[in-house]
Design a protein around this ligand. Structure first.
Ligand code: NAD
Length: 504
């Protein structure tokens, strides 16, 4: 290893409360300048096994699952405080890690991660872990109780686009409910997720309750999703890998939640405020360079508005500064890797061959970094591959429609169903469209506003289950019905008094 490598930060794995290293290391490359910014351990299937064994042992010891929900909430709140204190460092690290702009990292990637973790901590305090049911009068007087118990060992596998946030969406409800968890970040982006583990360590989360194994999807991810001792797997990533995970998880019938891809239809109704909708449409497909699953990538415009809308959108797109993500006035940074850049460029080249027009391409910086210009495609029809497949970059497909029913049909004609949007000055009309869209989230006059208090997930091939919202812990608990025969448990005199009364 060269001296230069030794000078950059190094990230180890976190297993059973210890920082674990490997001889083999990943080189973490800053996508904005292609420089090495850190290294990390390169874990194996054996490390995944060790982490699962630690989690099983921790679950059996019961320190975490038997702690009161209030104690779990207090420990998780300490994690939040530690992360809050390190906000600036985390933002800087996140910008280096995946090229998100500093403003988006503050608001979404790091800001949401911390506030969402607090939401899950609070939820531990309010979640109905034990609910008495109605008194049962027949055949004997009895009481029913529904308990929500932790599932056991959970594995969470996350992608590179929101590594910290998507980990919190899994570890938050898992820990609040009393489970133990093993997390696997993407090979390219382990750093901020490992900082959450550091906060857990310092906050006093017991050893083995939270573990992080860094490594290849094909090795560590596959091992976790097929491991017989893992009872639930929570995955965010591509639909292709989601299918594999579901297959791998079927061996021991693990519970599975999947958050997968999308091809978000964004419908502008004829009465929309054009300037607002133009900015909204740009925001919908350009946030984090279009590398967000919930992006609005199919813009549906009524014939009468089409030309004016596209012209205004191009004028506004020219104003967006694409450049170093660490600069505060940068609107868009680089693409995560050369591989992803090549994939996006493939679709941009494909578009004209399919009959689409490249109506606009923005500027990108010279020099190193994985840059892709903002690209607006017009003359797109919904049967083209550019309209059906997830491009995962700053590329917008503009489609035309004649009447609103046609727009709804085009929107729903997709294997995906993660997010959708409607722009209108008439909330009733927009609600009417929202009700007919096959999507887990529909924004009216907005986009990307994922709210931790509401469920997030996909219809159709965009996923299984939901993260966030008041029912998030349901996905991390088993239900148990406990029947108590009061005739044997209660003082006989009370029973003799109550039962005749019940029987009239
Ligand atoms: P990916 O599916 O290639 O990788 C995601 C994770 O899975 C990584 O950690 C990877 O190492 C791991 N993995 C790969 N092969 C595996 C296997 N055989 N078994 C177990 N794990 C394996 O996805 P990506 O390219 O990193 O991320 C982009 C995709 O994620 C896009 O399709 C995007 O839409 C989707 N995404 C969805 C959401 C959502 O909430 N619905 C959020 C973010 C990203």
């Amino acid at each position: 290893m060269t001296e230069a490598v030794l000078e950059v930060p190094h990230f180890r794995m976190y297993i059973d409360g210890e920082w674990v290293d490997t001889e083999d290391r990943y080189h973490l490359i800053n996508p904005a300048d292609e420089e090495l910014w850190a290294t990390s351990a390169r874990g194996s299937a054996a490390d995944a096994d060790a982490a699962v064994a630690a989690a099983v042992a921790a679950h059996e010891r019961g320190e975490w699952r038997n702690a009161t929900p209030e104690d779990r909430a207090a420990t998780m709140t300490r994690m939040v405080e530690i992360l809050n204190d390190r906000m600036d460092d985390l933002v800087e690290m996140h910008v280096a890690e995946n090229g998100v702009t500093v403003r988006q990292a503050m608001a979404f990637h790091v800001g949401y991660s911390i506030s969402h973790l607090q939401y899950f901590a609070d939820m531990a305090r309010t979640y109905p872990f034990e609910t008495p049911g109605p008194m049962l009068g027949y055949p004997t007087m009895a009481a029913g109780i529904t308990r929500r118990e932790p599932i056991g060992v959970v594995a969470g596998i996350v992608p590179w686009n929101f590594p910290m946030l998507l980990a919190v969406w899994k570890l938050g409800p898992a820990l609040a409910a009393g489970n133990c968890i093993v997390l696997k970040p993407d090979e390219k982006t382990p750093a901020t997720l490992l900082e959450v583990a550091r906060a857990a360590h310092e906050a006093g989360v017991p050893p083995g309750v939270l573990n992080v194994v860094t490594g290849e999807g094909e090795e560590v991810g596959r091992r976790l999703s097929s491991h017989p001792d893992v009872r639930k797997i929570a995955f965010t990533g591509s639909t292709a890998v989601g299918r594999l995970i579901a297959q791998q998880a079927s061996e021991n019938l693990k519970k599975v939640t999947l958050e997968l891809g999308g091809k978000g239809p964004n419908i502008v109704l004829p009465d929309a405020d054009i300037d607002t909708a133009v900015d909204g449409a740009l925001f919908a497909f350009c946030l984090y360079q279009g590398q967000a699953c919930e992006s609005g990538t199919r813009l549906l415009l009524p014939d009468a508005l089409h030309d004016e809308f596209v012209a205004k959108m191009i004028e506004r797109a020219k104003l967006m500064k694409v450049g170093p993500p660490a600069d505060f006035d940068t609107a868009m940074g680089p693409i995560i890797s050369a591989e992803q850049k090549a994939r996006i460029e493939y679709y941009i080249e494909l578009a004209p061959k399919e009959g689409a027009t490249i109506a606009f391409q923005g500027e990108v910086p010279d020099g190193p970094g994985h840059w892709v210009p903002v690209t607006i495609l017009t003359d797109v029809t919904n049967d083209m591959r550019v309209a059906r497949e997830e491009i995962f970059g700053p590329v917008l497909c503009v489609l035309r429609y004649t009447d609103v029913q046609e727009a709804i049909d085009i929107a729903n004609d997709s294997e995906y169903g993660l997010s959708a949007g409607v722009w209108s000055e008439d909330v009733d009309a927009a609600m009417d469209v929202a009700r007919q869209l096959e999507a887990g989230t529909v924004w009216i006059n907005d986009w990307h506003m994922v709210n931790v208090m509401y469920p997030f997930g996909g219809f159709k091939q965009s996923g299984i289950g939901r993260e966030l919202g008041p029912h998030a812990l349901d996905e991390y608990t088993e239900q148990k019905f406990v029947h108590v025969d009061l005739s044997r448990s209660l003082d006989r005199r009370i029973y003799d008094l109550v039962v005749p009364a019940l029987e009239g």
